[in-house]
Design a binder for this molecule. Sequence first.
Ligand code: FES
Length: 147
Amino acid sequence: MPTKTTEPDIHKERRKFLDRCLKWTGTAASLFLIYPLLRFLGYRIPPKPRYVTVAAPLPLSGYHAGRDFILFTDQAEPFAVSRTCTHLGCRVSYLEDKRIIECPCHQSRFTRRGRVLHGPAKRNLPALAVEIRKKNDGTIKNYVVTL
Ligand code: FES
């Protein structure tokens, strides 16, 4: 009959500790492998919305070109479009005399509402939400554009 050997307690504790380390290392390695896989499959963590406040009234031209958007307030309902060209990402500009938005890189043209008039861009400029904040007397205090 084989004799039963018993490990001292310190060896059992060491083994438990090493087992736990191995499990945590395996979990961390799995996460490092899963994240690139999810990115490859198209999963994106949605960015937090950014709010930009534009003080009213705007100039008589009726538009405001911010760093990331162009806000138009000369219509009954204000609206804003992104300034990032949908072709390769250059910053578009509003040409007031022609009343169009144009990209300086490859001359894509868009309507004020961001619809493509002329390529190479194929997708419209994204429309951005605009909120109107009013004063107590009912006049417009400012516009808040959500990016
Ligand atoms: S980046 Fe705007 S047209 Fe190419």
